[in-house]
Design a protein around this ligand. Structure first.
Ligand code: MG
Length: 163
């Protein structure tokens, strides 16, 4: 059945805690900040959510399966590099990334000033045009862990087309 599909979609989600000390790496972009995202890798929640959306669309598992957090090779790793490797696996399975849509839910930093740089970094990593990558910021209206500024969350969808 799946072999007959020419388009597939995937969804990804990620969240990371803020820890003292910048800079903050998000969407492959370094943002001046007094906090960073805690994680085994560089904590780039946009790159992680996009990686899971792309892998999910191809039904190739998830980022944790491909890059286990108990593997010392993944410590402090550049998440854009992990995204590139995930896209390579998706391409070997016969798919190309057509389009992405991302929502970043956070009280701070503001996403808009960094949106274009993020679109360029992410689109270069997945091999599509920057115009086909959407990145939107959203606050959580002060509610919950995001509202208290403890961390941020990202949602991403990916559309793949048959190569
Ligand atoms: Mg993550």
């Amino acid at each position: 059945m799946a072999e007959r599909l020419t388009l597939r979609t995937g969804i990804g989600y990620d969240s990371h805690r803020f820890e003292p000390g910048g800079p903050l790496v998000l969407g492959g972009v370094e943002i001046a900040s007094d906090v960073h995202l805690h994680g085994h890798s560089d904590g780039d929640a946009i790159a992680h959510a996009v990686t899971d959306a792309v892998l999910g669309a191809a039904a190739l598992g998830d980022i944790g399966g491909m890059f286990p957090d108990n593997d010392p090779d993944n410590r402090g790793r550049d998440s854009i590099e992990m995204l590139i490797l995930a896209v390579a696996a998706v391409e070997r399975a016969g798919w190309r990334v057509g389009q992405l849509d991302v929502v970043v839910i956070t009280e701070t930093p503001k996403i808009a000033p960094h949106r274009q740089s993020m679109r360029e970094r992410i689109s270069a990593a997945v091999g599509c045009d920057a115009r086909d990558v959407s990145i939107k910021g959203k606050t959580n209206e002060g509610m919950g862990f995001i509202g208290r500024g403890e961390g941020l969350a990202c949602l991403a969808t990916a559309m793949l087309y048959r190569a």
